[in-house]
Design a protein around this ligand. Structure first.
Ligand code: DX5
Ligand code: ZN
Length: 228
């Protein structure tokens, strides 16, 4: 299990003051900018896009991890890489050829990750563990901010951590969805080391962005220090 990484969900930022929020995220020590891209087909919603990625790239030094919630993600890999992604995370449910897709992500110089919807069993990863660097366990159904944690996903995080540790490789375990200050300790304790902060934490109403980043990291660290 690697060090805790805090990933700010840019789709939850204040779009009227995006430059201000990006500067605050950088100053607060955020590790990654989490970029949600949705096509309205894989999920019934739209979010960020390649143009916003390019604007973010111009305005902020932080690395981007891009979460593609789109059908046929292979269609977008080159352009997402050109727009500045460091990590590209695709849904196992969105492609017929996952192993080839992960090789395609590597071929464009990005780090490959696989996301699983709450209902999708971990066994979908059995034959691609050597092809990926991050597993994203969705703790809500993808597509919308402000949802509640699906409780059974905590057990899935723990089972996934066991599976990743058994490989002997340092594969990141990312969680995305209601990663709140209350849920983060249990998520980290279960084995998550990449936490996506959205409206439940970093961009929670009444919280300054830098406070949100620092409190989310502290909450995750508190979870790590709990006895196993
Ligand atoms: C689901 C969302 C996530 C996340 C946002 O795809 O877009 O990025 O849930 O954060 P919360 O859940 O805290 O609003
Ligand atoms: Zn996401």
């Amino acid at each position: 299990m690697g060090p805790i990484r805090i990933c700010a969900s840019v789709a939850c930022a204040d779009y009227l003051h995006l430059g201000r929020d990006l500067t605050a995220l950088e100053a607060a020590g955020t590790d990654y900018l989490h970029i949600d891209i949705m096509d309205g087909a894989f999920v019934p919603n739209l979010a960020l896009n390649l143009d916003i990625m390019q604007a973010v790239r111009r305005g902020c030094e932080l690395p981007m991890d891009v979460h593609l919630m789109v059908e046929r993600p292979e269609t977008y890999i080159e352009r997402v890489a050109q727009a500045g992604a460091e990590v590209i995370i695709v849904h196992a449910e969105a492609t017929h050829h996952l192993q080839r897709l992960l090789a395609q992500i590597r071929a464009v110089g990005c780090r490959p990750g696989v996301a699983l919807n709450p209902h999708t069993p971990l066994q979908m990863l059995d034959y691609v563990l050597e092809d990926l660097e991050i597993v994203l366990i969705m703790t809500v159904n993808p597509g919308f901010q402000g949802q509640r944690l699906i409780p059974q996903t905590l057990g899935k995080i723990a089972a996934c951590r066991q599976m990743l540790d058994a490989t002997g490789r340092d594969i990141g375990l990312m969680v995305d969805g209601n990663v709140s200050l209350a849920n983060a300790p249990a998520m980290a304790h279960a084995g998550a080391d990449w936490l996506v902060g959205g409206t439940s934490s970093i961009f929670a109403p009444g919280l300054k962005v830098n406070e949100g980043v620092q409190r989310l990291r502290a909450a995750a660290m508190a979870g790590l220090s709990q006895a196993k």
